[in-house]
Design a binder for this molecule. Structure first.
Ligand code: DGT
Ligand code: CA
Ligand code: CA
Ligand code: ZN
Length: 571
């Protein structure tokens, strides 16, 4: 199946078109086609053969011609022509926050810059500031962007790693030799980004499992292929390690390879004090070498005198002390979540209707969903006169389905802290999320003041994605989280854990600080399509990494309870 290659070709074409300064609509068409193909289940080759390419949304005549040519010769005339103007390796510069296609073209035209290193050098030596439109602030932003880019090199977002892991697990489970299988490492701890995947299998016969693993279709390169350990590279050089252990050691291996390293080291130190050694094979008495645990993880922790610790807590941040006292929190679970608090529809920049979103929420067993479309000034924000109609539609869908649909909004916080929506409308709404989407480059004091002012507005229930970061793409805006937490506590506003896997905002650390201060957190998926409602699991994972019990989470409340809470703010 060549779908991935075709998608990469379309994206490369779009990037190079933008760098070359061609009509932006053309590049956008290529990106849309790439997105549509990524949703295809069947091989694109078959659609070409059956002359069905035009049935894919967004694939017009010229894109269809490119796809056909690409499948025949591995490249396209269009790409070849674009590459003559600007070398394709320039695209790497687009990954740096603050560097757009026009800048890339200028960097190449004026300074022949093609790599991140050359860009950094030019920025530091002052060469960049001599270019048109390159102020000192912009150069500073580029240097920050490079730093961020370096930090994330090679680490991929959790949701993508999870998809890869799920595919591998499904494929390997087909083998009868596999007795148990577990994706361990940072993935099992639900860390927001994953460096590499560490998968474990329990088996008595490992060779066939290793053989199948290294020949999976997604494997780009085999780094090692042994009887009990293999390593491969998938797309984007993402490494996956597979280890096979005897069932008697599966618990110890699960514990060891789940980590974190800091947790393991601290655990080993506790074991040593008790005359025990612990490794990936089991727990042993120091003196006699007798094995006293290893088959299950519970057994491993118990042998060392601890209760089992949920993987999300295993960061050596107090969980071992708590486990020794038997005093771990009862962490919130997916099943505790009783409704959705943050979702968008076609009225703003979503892709489904109010009814379609509500129906999926119903199917998920929720008791309610809040529709919270955007306000102006975003181009796609719903204008006040239309918002009145949206509220009517929400009420009528709710009646028709017999399912509570809360009328809400994600209203923009203006630079001065006021809200971009008429007060009269905000009053009619059941739930108001206030978020920053524009003018993010404020200094820390102004930004903090801006958000605090919104929190003081008695119409606001929740602050959406409080730091504005996008994982691997955009750093948080400058804001004092401590001040937001103090204010949230004071005025009883909830802070959001935005569960969209590209945001996860608040992150685990900030969410933990909020929890410790007694601030209520709302887990919202920020869904723009019905499928996005399933992102809730990523938000729950952040809450768990933040040590949250169910009562710390707003939407573990049932319908009438959350309604009471929302109304209580309006007195
Ligand atoms: P990653 O891959 O960077 O996202 O993070 P992890 O936690 O998956 O780290 P990785 O893949 O290097 O190692 C997997 C687990 O193996 C790690 O979480 C704990 C364990 N481990 C690795 N190196 C050591 C070590 O030197 N000592 C101990 N005690 N455990 C280790
Ligand atoms: Ca790992
Ligand atoms: Ca690893
Ligand atoms: Zn938002």
């Amino acid at each position: 199946m060549k779908n991935e290659e075709v998608i990469a070709m379309l994206e490369e074409t779009a990037d190079l078109m933008e760098i070359a300064g061609e009509n932006p609509f053309k590049a956008r068409a290529y990106r849309k086609a790439a997105e549509a193909i990524s949703a295809l289940r069947e091989p694109i080759e078959e659609l070409v053969k059956a002359k069905q390419l035009h049935k894919i949304e967004g694939v017009g005549e010229s894109i269809a011609r490119d796809i056909t040519e690409f499948l025949q010769r591995g490249t396209t005339t269009r790409l070849e022509q674009l590459s003559k103007k600007y070398p394709p390796q320039l695209r790497i510069l687009l990954e740096i926050q603050g560097v757009g296609p026009r800048t890339v073209a200028m960097l190449y035209d004026r300074l022949k810059i093609t790599t991140v290193e050359q860009l950094e050098e030019a920025a530091k030596s002052g060469k960049l500031t001599k270019l048109p439109g390159m102020g000192e602030q912009k150069v500073k932003n580029i240097l920050e962007g490079i730093q961020l880019w370096r930090q994330h090199q090679g680490r991929i977002p959790l949701h993508i790693a999870l998809e890869i892991a799920e595919r591998i697990v499904t494929a390997l489970k087909e083998l009868t030799e596999v007795e148990q299988i577990l994706p361990a490492g940072s993935l099992r701890r639900w860390k927001e980004t994953v460096g590499d995947l560490d998968i474990l299998v329990a088996t008595r016969k490992s060779q066939p499992i290793m053989d199948k693993f290294v020949s999976l279709p997604e494997v780009q390169k085999v780094l090692a292929h042994g009887a009990t350990k293999s390593s491969v590279l998938m797309e984007n050089n993402f490494q996956v390690d597979l280890r096979a252990v005897e069932p008697e050691s599966f618990g110890a291996a699960s514990q060891y390879f789940t980590g974190s390293k800091a947790h393991n080291i601290a655990l080993r130190n506790i074991a040593i004090k008790r005359g025990l050694t612990v490794n990936e094979y089991g727990v042993f008495r120091e003196e006699t070498g007798e094995k006293i645990a290893g088959e299950t993880e519970e057994g491993v922790y118990k042998a060392i005198g601890l209760i089992w610790i949920p993987p999300e807590l295993r960061e050596d941040k107090g969980e071992l002390e708590a486990a020794m006292k038997g005093a771990l929190p009862r962490l919130v679970t997916l099943e505790d979540i009783r409704g959705e608090t943050h979702s968008h529809t076609k009225w703003s920049d979503g892709f489904a209707t109010v009814e379609e979103m509500a129906k999926v929420a119903m199917e998920m067993g929720y008791e309610y969903i809040a529709i919270t479309d955007h306000s102006p000034p975003m181009g796609w924000g719903v204008k006040p006169e239309d918002y009145r109609r949206l509220i009517k539609e929400i009420r009528s869908v709710s009646d028709k389905l017999g399912f509570p649909v809360l009328a809400g909004i994600e209203v923009d916080i203006a630079p001065d802290g006021s809200l971009y929506m008429e007060e009269d409308i905000l009053r009619q709404l059941d739930i108001v999320i206030a978020s920053v989407h524009s003018a993010m480059k404020m200094d820390i004091n102004s930004m903090t003041r801006r958000i605090l002012k919104a929190m003081e507005n008695p119409l606001v229930h929740i602050i959406g994605h409080p730091t504005g970061r996008i994982i691997n793409q955009r750093p948080p805006y400058e804001v004092s989280i401590d001040a937001l937490i103090d204010k949230a506590k004071e005025v009883g506003v909830a802070l959001e854990i935005n569960a969209s896997p590209e945001r996860l905002d608040l992150n685990d650390e900030n969410a933990r600080a909020a929890r410790e201060a007694g601030v209520l957190l709302s887990i919202g998926t920020d869904s723009h399509r019905p499928e996005h409602l399933a992102f809730i699991r990523f938000g729950v994972a952040v809450a768990r990494r933040a040590w949250c019990e169910p009562q710390k989470i707003l939407n573990t409340l049932g319908y009438s309870e959350i309604l009471d809470w929302l109304k209580s703010k309006r007195k």
